[in-house]
Design a protein around this ligand. Structure first.
Ligand SMILES: [Zn+2]
Length: 401
């Protein structure tokens, strides 16, 4: 992949200088995406920071085409093609920090819209506590991570932080005594010590082909970027039954929906019950800024939104806004988790294809399962996040089934 050093471009043309300053701001503010949107006579630039889009600047008419062309050139795209969507990649470095950019274009009525996804190339960012695994959640996670074989899935809607958790698992299990191979689309972080394979559909390296090749390579652990279809899911489960540990992510609302999703894909219940070791289901919420955190008394309606009875003593929290959080009241994000560890009674339930309600009863009887709604309520009550964030993370638009 092409590497560009940002410092070396300072003396360049106005379009390049503008791109460099936008990229520097995006890296400094830890934006995950930059959106460049053509309008009738300008180009709007927005960044996604901590999950929210924020306008940063407007590129004037005379520069907008140059900006888009220069970015296409950086990402090795076809400059003459502007009627079809294109994808490209480039790594930019600024001092010690390297950032991977995945750039995608979409032809719109006023020109090409461009989205740049940024991912920092560094190790050490994937700490279990940093993603929000504490206490009982951490114990259950550690218990799953001791598995020698079976399938462990990370579930959630888009933007729930599934990939970060998968990388945390990979980092936790990667060591000299085992062979860990990944199959990813795209490879978002380099993990030293494991073998990472990039999916490339155009050259025939699909999840299914890649998986069958990996299985001939004597792996101990296989990490798949995502389970998207039945064929890949079946192969992953068969590998798990044959003694491999398989880690992957799946698009599903919560831990129990994963079982329904796999059954809907046409997978046999004995295969699911035999291979599934556990599911880590999650969402991301913004954390209240510790510098300006304040408590307040919630209304009865606020309490009811979290299934709590009216109570004068309960307090919720919010950030009043300060310099440290640029007036937003939030700093950073944290995961909300629901961890299901499959035990014999649950496996029996899955094998017999009992309904969702009955699976819920089994989990309730086992007593060790804390659903997402309860986890997020705990975070509202202990001041980790706000009521608004908790409700947003679980709003209908974020669910996926
Ligand atoms: Zn603050």
């Amino acid at each position: 992949m092409k590497h560009i050093s940002l410092g070396a471009e300072i003396s360049a043309d106005p379009a390049t200088r503008l791109i460099v300053s936008v990229l520097e701001q995006a890296v400094a503010e830890q934006a995950s995406y930059i959106h460049l949107e053509p309008r009738e006579d300008e180009l709007r630039v927005r960044m996604r920071i901590e999950g929210q889009l924020k306008s940063v600047l407007t590129v004037p008419r005379d520069l907008r085409l140059a900006v888009i062309s220069r970015l296409k050139e950086m990402a090795s795209m076809d400059l003459a093609e502007f009627k079809k969507p294109q994808n490209g990649r480039v790594t930019v470095t600024k001092g010690e920090i390297a950032t991977d950019l995945r750039i995608a274009t979409l032809p719109c009525i006023f020109g090409e819209k461009m989205v740049v996804q940024l991912s920092k190339k560094e190790s050490g960012l994937l700490d279990r506590r940093a993603i929000g695994l504490y206490g009982e959640d951490l114990e259950k996670y550690a218990c799953l991570m001791r598995s020698q074989s079976g399938l462990i899935l990370v579930a959630g809607p888009a933007g729930a932080g599934k990939t970060t958790t998968l990388y945390t698992m990979i980092t936790d299990r990667c060591n000299e005594r085992i062979d860990l191979v990944t199959l990813e689309d795209p490879v978002e972080y380099d993990v030293p010590g494991c073998n990472q394979v990039q999916i490339d559909e155009s050259s025939g390296l699909t999840y299914v082909n890649g998986l069958s090749s990996i299985l001939r390579q004597d792996p101990d652990i296989i990490a798949l970027g995502e389970i998207r279809d039945a064929q890949a899911a079946r192969m992953a489960m068969q590998a798990a039954l044959a003694g491999r540990l398989v880690l992957s992510t799946i698009f599903a609302e919560n831990a129990l929906s994963v079982i329904g999703r796999l059954l809907d894909m046409g997978l046999e219940s004995y295969l699911i019950s035999g291979s599934l070791k556990g599911v880590v289901s999650q969402r991301l919420v913004r954390r209240i800024c510790p510098q300006c955190k304040e408590s307040y008394r919630p209304t009865p309606d606020d309490l009811a939104a979290f299934d709590l009875p009216p109570n004068d003593q309960v307090r919720f929290y919010r950030g009043s806004g300060c310099a440290a959080c640029k007036g937003t009241g939030y700093r950073g994000r944290i995961g909300v988790f629901e961890i299901l560890v499959a035990d014999p009674t649950l496996q029996e339930g899955i094998r017999k294809r009992v309904g969702r309600r009955e699976l819920q009863d089994i989990l309730a009887r086992n007593g060790n399962f804390v659903p997402l709604a309860k986890s997020v309520r705990r975070m509202v009550l202990n001041g980790t996040t706000t009521m608004e964030e908790a409700l947003r993370a679980f709003s209908p638009s974020e669910t996926c089934e």
